[in-house]
Structures are given as C-alpha cells and as structure tokens.
Design a protein around this ligand. Structure first.
Ligand code: HPA
Ligand code: ZN
Length: 319
C-alpha cells in the first residue's frame, strides 16, 4: 500500500459492529441484537438514507469520553498500519449532543486518541466538524458558535447527512462564520444531489474541497471549473457501490473518466465499518476492478497529499 492521506472518512463510520456491541454492554444500551454478525447482517442499503438510519441508531452506544477515545484509537491504529500517514476525520458533533453527550467528552476523547496515535505510530490526524444537513442551517450556526471554546481542536467544517432536499444554500451563515474564524471548509455534494449542489457548495459556501462530487461529471462546465481550479474531489468507490450512487459494478465507476478529465481526485473510505473496507481495501478494489496502472495509482496517492490541509513542509515529510 502506497502512503496516503485519507481526507473523507467519518470517524463514526469506523465503528465496527464488535465495538457497537462492546460499548452497548459497557453503557447499558439496548440493541436489536448483541451478536455482531447478526448486527452486521442488517447492513443492507438501498440509498444514503437507509445507511444513515442504521449509522445513527448504532451511535446511541457512544456515551463517554472513553468511548470516543476507543473509537478514534481503533481507526487511527488500523489506518496507520495500512499506509495512512495523514487523516482528516469528519465527526458528527450534533449526533452526540442530541444523544445527551456533552461536547467536552467528544472533543476530549478524540483529541487524546489523536495525540496517543501520533506518539504510537507517527500518524498525523485532525478533526473536521460536520454539520448535519437534516437539522438545518440555524442548528449548524448554533452548533458552530457553541463549539468555539474548542476552536483549537478542529481544523475545519464540513457538511454531511441526508443530501437531497438540503442544499448547500441553507448553510451559508455557518460557513461564513467558519471562514471568518480561519477554519477550512468542505462539503458533501454531488453524491445523491446533482451538479447544482456542487456549484452551490463552491459559490455559496466557498468550500476548498468537494466530498464525493461524482455527479459533477454530468455538467461539462462544472468539470472545466473543477479542473481549472484543481478543486479536490474526495471519491469513495466502495461507498458508492454500497449506497448505489454509482453503477452496480465497480468496473463501471467514473473514476478513470474523472482522472482522464484532469480532476484532482483522491481515494477514501467514507464509512469503512459499513461499506466493505478501509482505504487500503478501496485501493485494492479499484486496482483489481478498474484498468488503472501504477502511474494512475501513484497519482491518486499523490493527489491525497496535495488535497490535504497540512502545511506544505509537513506534507513533504509524510509523502
Ligand atoms: N454521506 C453523507 N453523510 C454521511 C455519510 C455519508 O456517506 N456518512 C456519515 N454521514
Ligand atoms: Zn462521507
């Protein structure tokens, strides 16, 4: 596995079924089944929402700082062992505060996991606070204002959860505040929503990266802009297959076409515990199923560092 930066993964999406069960027992939370194999057998998705329903339900087991530490440590240890040198991890703060967890516990657990993983493995990692689209724009603004005491614990903001019906235009206020705070800005767009969501994310939210962006390929003018401005697209092949946001066969994925267009694409796992694997598994799958040579695989790995928010000197040290 080539060294890579992973730029599109939801830390909560690395919650393996075994850890769901262990945390449920530790915290006295009920589950539909305490057998991880049975729990995992329920992971059959028809679209983004059918995944999100299960993902949010499982997150009811996360209660204490220790839980967040354990989740972060599990991902970072595994990622470091499989070639990830840098991780920019999304976290869904609102999910946890809605579940009654104080934000202090979320920040403390993840921050400690990042520090300890760096000491143990050398991996560099930071957090990106994602707003949940389905809770709306005012909730996003309020969440960001309330998180300001922890401003130094995250490097940027993102936008995730149910895409259709929740366009980027609803979140201009929160992203405006994030910009004035010097935070980086990214957004999921063009996963289920059309090219118009990508245009809005660029024009109204001033994002520096588009998460997914596959549907941008439907709009030649947009493709030209993404190429000219070298806007990073964080593509997640196994996620696209699992959520049916790409053709059913990986062999028909748009990734080679995106590379041929000169787009700055990278490979990412999105929610590795749910979609069939980590970033190395995504690389293995595209290597097997798509006609990509060593040069293109090298470009994808290189693009991941180019697209990261690390200062240039630190990037060079990791490549
Ligand atoms: N897409 C959108 N929102 C999400 C995802 C995803 O794959 N995972 C967690 N929140
Ligand atoms: Zn995602």
């Amino acid at each position: 596995m080539l060294p890579v930066a992973e730029l599109h993964m939801h830390i909560e999406g690395s919650l393996e079924a075994e850890l769901v069960v262990a945390l449920a027992r530790r915290n006295g939370v009920d589950l539909p089944t305490f057998d991880p194999v049975e729990l995992k057998a329920r992971y059959r998705f028809t679209d983004l929402q059918s995944f999100l329903d299960i993902y949010y339900a499982n997150l009811a087991v996360m209660k204490t700082e220790e839980d967040f530490y354990d989740l972060g440590t599990a991902y970072l240890t595994r990622a470091a062992a499989s070639g990830v040198r840098r991780a920019e991890m999304f976290f869904d703060l609102q999910t946890h505060t809605q579940n009654g967890v104080p934000q202090e516990a979320v920040f403390a657990g993840f921050t400690a996991a990042i520090a300890d993983a760096r000491t143990a493995t050398g991996i560099s990692a930071d957090l990106i606070l994602c707003f949940l689209r389905h809770l709306g724009g005012e909730a996003a603004t309020q969440t960001l204002r309330e998180a300001m005491p922890f401003r130094d614990r995250f490097i940027g903001v993102g936008l995730d959860s149910s895409e259709l019906g929740f366009p980027p235009s609803l979140f201009t206020e929160a992203f405006g505040i994030a910009g004035s705070e010097g935070l980086h800005r990214v957004a999921h767009a063009g996963e289920e929503g059309g090219p118009d969501y990508v245009w809005e994310a660029l024009d109204l939210l001033a994002v520096e990266r588009i998460d997914h962006g596959n549907r941008a390929m439907e709009d030649p003018e947009l493709v030209a802009r993404l190429r000219d401005e070298q806007v990073p697209l964080t593509v997640c092949p196994l996620s696209n297959i699992a959520l049916k946001t790409a053709p059913p066969e990986l062999a028909d994925h748009l990734l080679p076409a995106m590379l041929a267009e000169g787009l700055l694409v990278s490979i990412n796992s999105d929610d590795p515990a749910y979609f069939g694997g980590y970033v190395n598994d995504n690389f293995a799958a595209i290597t097997n199923e798509l006609a990509l040579g060593p040069e293109q695989l090298g470009t994808l790995a290189e693009n991941s560092f180019t697209s990261s928010f690390l200062p240039e000197a630190e990037k060079q040290a990791l490549r």
